[in-house]
Ligand binder design. Structure first.
Ligand SMILES: [Zn+2]
Length: 340
């Protein structure tokens, strides 16, 4: 992910600057006078009339999900075109054996030449006509391919969570919309961010999916696009993103509140996060990026070799996993959904 541009956020009259990449962070002055004490933003979320809570609240096996993170990371760096990348593809497919899986494989033209891209889509049918997509990228940054960078949080945590969501969805009659899980590829930029603007050299996999679904009519059936990215941080604070759809964020917040997790959501608002939801936002699909873009103090672990499993917590996977499942359930019971 990346921040689409550098914009100051006004929080409680304290201006805090966020920078779009770690290199800039190193050199640019940070104008924060005090620590970020973000205002709660739930009052700004739209008020929706949502169906009441019904039945036991969902949960995941967080220990199992965390084990998946460790196993993904154990393959080592997984840049596009590497042997490790192929091993991780095979690892996902082995876990999805017997599921309805679509492989979306193509060659991307990138500033570093042609690179293979492999999106994996697992489809779990519901009783209602419509689809909810839950996506996570799994690649690690190509510019870091010769370093020990493993992206435990960035790419690892959310992809592991999707495997566990598949466990929760598998073999059940889903009362509601179908759920399609997407492990998308080549989200990270291929050249360093300071050489080419992020959106001109990233999101290769998910752009391909969005274009394909637009062409074949699938896009019209998608009720919501939920993205998970960097959700494993032990100090979990999911940010609100102004590129996401406010009513869908309100549903996510309601779901988190039902589970007692609301203190982990939306204390801070980020201006214009560039991430895998953008191709869907552009096409009018209600979208929400669930991202904690404060990974270590001042985000120091992001896109560094410090992004390792010891910074993460199974509890964070449980918080985001339960919230996604409850969001899906609420969406399935809300008739009609707010207009696009
Ligand atoms: Zn990243």
């Amino acid at each position: 992910m990346n921040l689409i541009k550098i914009l100051p956020i006004l929080l409680l009259s304290v201006t805090v600057s966020l920078f779009s990449c770690d290199r800039e962070k190193d050199t640019a002055p940070v104008t924060a006078q005090t620590p970020v004490t973000a205002a709660r933003t739930d009052t700004e979320l739209p008020k929706l009339s949502l169906p009441p809570e019904s039945g036991p609240l969902p949960s995941i096996d967080s220990a199992r999900a965390f084990q998946y993170v460790k196993e993904i990371v154990a393959f080592g760096p997984r840049p596009n075109g590497s042997a490790n990348h192929k091993k991780v593809e095979d690892y996902f497919l082995a876990h999805l054996k017997g599921d309805d899986v679509e492989n979306d494989i193509f060659i991307a033209d990138t500033p570093e030449g042609k690179l293979p891209v492999h999106n994996i889509i697992a489809k779990f049918p519901g009783t209602k006509d419509g689809i909810i997509v839950v996506a996570s990228h799994y690649d690690t940054n190509y510019p870091f391919r010769n370093t020990p960078y493993v992206g435990a949080n960035d790419g690892g945590s959310s992809s592991a969570l999707l495997l566990e969501l598949a466990n929760q969805l598998r073999g059940k009659k889903l009362e509601g919309y179908s759920v399609w899980l997407v492990w998308d590829d080549a989200e990270e930029s291929i050249k360093p961010d300071n050489e080419i603007p992020f959106l001109d050299d990233s999101l290769y996999g998910i752009k391909h999916v969005a274009e394909k679904w637009e062409a074949d009519g699938t896009l019209k059936k998608i009720k919501a696009f939920l993205l998970a990215d960097m959700i494993g941080d032990a100090d979990l604070n999911i940010d609100r993103d102004t590129n996401s759809t406010p009513w869908l964020e309100a549903v996510v917040y309601e779901a988190a509140s039902r589970l007692g997790y609301q203190s982990h959501f939306f204390a801070r608002t980020l201006p214009g996060v560039s991430d895998d939801h953008i191709p869907f936002v552009k096409r009018g699909v209600p979208s929400a990026d669930l991202i904690d873009f404060n990974y270590g103090y001042n985000d120091v672990f992001w896109h560094t070799t410090q992004d390792t499993v010891d910074k993460l917590s199974p509890k964070s996977l449980e918080i985001v996993g339960g919230t996604i499942l409850e969001t899906i359930r609420i969406l399935g019971k809300t008739d009609p959904l707010p207009p696009r």
